[in-house]
Every structure is written in structure tokens, then in C-alpha cells.
Design a protein around this ligand. Sequence first.
Ligand SMILES: [Ca+2]
Length: 76
Amino acid sequence: MTTRPTEDDLLAVFTRADLGKDERLDLMEFTLVLEHLGLAWTRAETQDRFEKADANLDGFISYAEYRAILEEQGWA
Ligand SMILES: [Ca+2]
């Protein structure tokens, strides 16, 4: 991705990755987000980011948590 994604893009990426359609991402779905954003990480790095993104420690990434991690990492 060469340009900064818009809010619509970010929502589209989240929605596309949310295969369970439960408005939250598990680790596998989070991996899809990274692929959509063109970020290639190892399994260990992905797991580490996932755990950091999961602010309320429920094992899933909500849209708010997803937005927070994107901003914190400077991806959006
Ligand atoms: Ca969570």
C-alpha cells in the first residue's frame, strides 16, 4: 500500500478479515489484516502484535483495538 489508507479503507480491511462476521478478529483473522496492509511478519511477531493489540485481553481484536494499534504503529 503506497498511500495512507482512509477510514473507509481501514474499515473495509477489518470487515474483509472478519470472516466470522462477529465484529472482532481472532489471531488468524488478524493475520489477514496484516496481509491486506502489506505487512509481512513472522508468526512470532504477529502473535506479539496481536497480544499487544488486545487491550482488554479477551483473545479478540475489536474495531477500537484495531484502530488503536494501527495508530500506535503509525500504519494509519
Ligand atoms: Ca480484545
